[in-house]
Design a protein around this ligand. Sequence first.
Ligand SMILES: CC(C)(COP(=O)(O)OP(=O)(O)OC[C@H]1O[C@@H](n2cnc3c(N)ncnc32)[C@H](O)[C@@H]1OP(=O)(O)O)[C@@H](O)C(=O)NCCC(=O)NCCS
Length: 184
Amino acid sequence: MIIHAPRITLRPFHADDWEWLLRVEGTSENARFQNYEPRDEENARKYAIEASEKGIGQGNPVWFEFVIQVDGTAIGRIGAIADEHPLQFRVWYSLDPTHGGKGFATEALQTILVFAFEVMQMHRVFAYVDSRNTSSRRLCERARLRFEAELVEDYELKGEWTNTCFYAMLRREYCQPFEIQIIE
Ligand SMILES: CC(C)(COP(=O)(O)OP(=O)(O)OC[C@H]1O[C@@H](n2cnc3c(N)ncnc32)[C@H](O)[C@@H]1OP(=O)(O)O)[C@@H](O)C(=O)NCCC(=O)NCCS
């Protein structure tokens, strides 16, 4: 499945997506608030293969993992999984910083919201964010997810107890930001 939004396209992962994944997620900046260490080649190859095989929305739980493309170039990834309830999507994202600061990640998250509520008929979409990850928190707010709660030192990340912020949007709070086109 390919989803076209106004400026970006979301497409399925391919096994050879490991190359840009390694470049983008092989840095300590990218991995700072993530539950993974900076990726090495083996890890990037493994992730790309798994995402290309399982992240296509057909498994149980339903898992989508898309590459974010702009003008044919891969600039990041965004995923959604219904692992807590079939009608709730947990989302995550990661962007090549050389394409940051232009609203592409915001548009990718908004595209997932349109897909979730218009196509998948979801009840709720939510994200867990490390409270120190201000760029991710701002992204949730730009996409109009509601700040729900901050859990205090609930998560051990890389040897530190960290706070988790929850952001969410319910179906009744959703307002379609733009049209998408889906090609199966
Ligand atoms: C989280 C992350 C994806 C955010 O990236 P980003 O570049 O800040 O997000 P966007 O692409 O939406 O760009 C937003 C910026 O573009 C600006 N912008 C420009 N044009 C815009 C437009 N048309 N629409 C929206 N924003 C626009 C916004 O004002 C914002 O600027 P600001 O940072 O000065 O406030 C990125 O920091 C990242 O990959 N981090 C590492 C991985 C990570 O931590 N993931 C989250 C785990 S929970």
